[in-house]
Design a protein around this ligand. Structure first.
Ligand code: XMP
Length: 305
């Protein structure tokens, strides 16, 4: 297990030495990984770090405003690019194709911003499991191997590339980042797009965003899951009044895990599941059915795509 009192000063010194008097940028998603990297880099090089946050339109409810508030001390550059991402995702149903489209759009948007800033260094929040899973071909994590190949940076700096998720959290606490960052669940780089099976549309995004919000509200504080979320599986038949209606099927996932490599579904009490169903179907009228996923990883993965 990492020792924060040793890791933090060493990481800051390493970043200072690598970047010297240069300028660096980081794509800040607000997740614990990129937040820890941004904070370490900020402590190392101060205002010569420019964090860039891209609002992809695939984020959770209220995310952009939260990030703006938390990182206001860092002169954050916020780029609104929802339309570009939706256009890139149009017609795509394959999960890996989605990741590719999102990754490429992300690179294009980021590249445009980065060129304006003329930074020589790129800081990336890659962690150990990202590297393993990408190398093993399980999933292409879009923060691995994407940006460096297309941009002319002098160097890529990856301060937490050897850490597991729980170790990154230890570092986040020790850096005294806000609780909502330290305790924040992992959220996939491609965002809500991988929680919508099939083509990503504005309607599906609206439904899944609201469902994710309800699931987090009901489960996060009470059960402290390693990760919990909602996904849209497709459409199915329901009844509204006495008329048959075709509505969305929402799956709820809540898992315990150490590092995301394996996971167990939480044994949620029946009354909690009933409340989730009642809230999701009443607060999101376009939903006809709610199911709970009990599959561990393996054989399933944590996300549905
Ligand atoms: P899976 O679904 O592979 O997820 O069991 C393991 C962890 O990784 C997250 N995840 C991703 N993170 N880009 C990311 O940055 C991705 O493409 C991606 N896919 C899954 C997932 O949320 C879980 O925490």
């Amino acid at each position: 297990m990492v020792k924060p009192e040793k890791f933090i000063p060493e990481a800051i010194e390493k970043i200072s030495k690598e970047i010297k008097d240069g300028r660096a940028i980081i794509a800040l998603s607000g997740g614990v990984d990129s937040s820890v990297c941004a904070e370490l880099a900020y402590r190392a090089i101060g205002d010569r770090l420019q964090p860039i946050y891209i609002d992809t339109g695939l984020m959770r409810k209220g995310e952009t405003e939260r990030i703006r508030h938390i990182f206001s001390h860092m002169n954050l550059d916020i780029v609104y690019a929802k339309d570009k991402f939706l256009a890139a995702l149009k017609g795509i149903t394959d999960p890996e194709e989605k990741r590719k489209a999102i990754g490429e759009t992300f690179i294009r948007v980021f590249e445009k911003e980065a060129r304006k800033l003329a930074a020589e260094y790129l800081i990336q929040g890659t962690i150990y499991p990202d590297r393993i899973e990408s190398e093993g071909g399980i999933k292409s994590h879009h923060n691995v191997g994407g940006l460096p190949s297309v941009m002319d940076f002098k160097q890529i700096v990856e301060p937490i590339a050897d850490l597991y998720k729980d170790e990154v959290r230890e570092i986040a606490w020790a850096l005294q980042l806000p609780d909502e960052i330290c305790e924040r669940m992992p959220f996939p780089g491609p965002g809500l797009a991988v929680r919508v099976l099939g083509e990503v549309t504005e309607e599906k995004l609206e439904v899944v965003r609201e469902a994710n919000f309800i699931v987090e509200e009901e489960l996060l504080d009470r059960f402290c899951p390693w990760q919990t979320f909602a996904a849209i599986l497709g459409k199915g038949t329901g009844v509204k009044g006495d008329i048959r209606a075709y509505g969305w099927i929402v799956a709820v996932r809540a898992v315990g895990s150490r590092d995301g490599m394996t996971a167990e579904a939480l044994e949620l009490p029946w009354d909690v599941l009933k409340k989730l169903e009642a809230r999701i179907t009443s607060e999101i009228p376009k939903v006809a059915r709610v199911v709970y996923d009990i599959t561990p990883k393996p054989p399933a993965t944590i996300e549905f795509e």
